[in-house]
Design a protein around this ligand. Structure first.
Ligand code: HEC
Length: 200
């Protein structure tokens, strides 16, 4: 083969890869837009708060993705929905306002795409982060005590102190990172209808 032919072949291969990886993806999801709810005029998916967006970075930096995915599959070919991991399957539009859009693959722990529906209470999520076995005695989720500060109780116990039996002169308070992470977890829910994924 002449060297010019080889060059053309390499170029065509690169073009094909680009078309498959970049162009096709762009045509499929590149111009996707949120849907406006006809009654309320709010967008679907709902936009996450700034605190929740910070929490997505805490989620990534703490390595939660090593064990948890953020995408419910099904109903065909997957038991996710019957396990109660979501009211419907997750679709690309759900991630429009998420930066970074974490999806994850690992299923060592449960899928968290709808943890905001399953465990909505701030105090339950805080307790789980501090020590998962406070909520579920057999939990294998690792504790994250470094997201909390032990402080003197001073004049009184603050509202956000964890409801744990501690000495009466000290209290356990969530750090900014813990609050952001919990806001992020609470924002994870797909209980809104989309044309490509209607709620049953
Ligand atoms: C080493 C693997 C591993 C890592 C890392 C991990 N988890 Fe888990 N997680 C699990 C397992 C296993 C369970 C299931 C046991 C349970 O329900 O407590 C779980 C359960 C949970 C639950 C309860 C789920 C439910 O359905 O009620 C939450 C919330 C959770 N993890 C959050 C987190 C967050 C946030 C992080 C990162 C800060 C994290 N996990 C990191 C393994 C992990």
């Amino acid at each position: 083969m002449k060297s010019s032919h080889a060059l053309i072949l390499v170029f065509l291969l690169l073009l094909l890869t680009w078309a498959g990886q970049v162009a096709l993806g762009f045509f499929q999801v590149g111009r996707m837009e949120p849907i406006l709810d006809e009654e309320t005029n709010y967008p679907k998916p709902p936009a996450a708060s700034g605190l929740a967006q910070t929490g997505a970075r805490v989620f990534a930096s703490e390595g939660c993705l090593e064990c948890h995915s953020l995408s419910a599959r099904g109903p065909t070919g997957s038991a996710d929905l019957t396990r109660g991991w979501g009211p419907r399957r997750s679709v690309p539009r759900d991630y429009l306002f998420r930066e970074p859009a974490l999806i994850g693959l690992s299923r060592v722990g449960s899928d968290l795409s709808n943890i905001g529906l399953r465990v909505p209470e701030t105090k339950d999520l805080m307790l789980h982060l501090y020590n998962p076995r406070q909520r579920n005695a057999k939990s294998n989720c690792p504790p994250h005590p470094w997201l909390f500060d032990t402080r003197l109780a001073g004049t009184g116990i603050e509202n956000e102190a964890l409801p744990l039996p501690s000495r009466d002169w000290q209290q356990l308070l969530p750090t900014y990172k813990a609050k952001a992470l919990v806001a992020y977890l609470q924002s994870l829910r797909t209980d809104y209808s989309l044309p490509e994924a209607p709620l049953k």
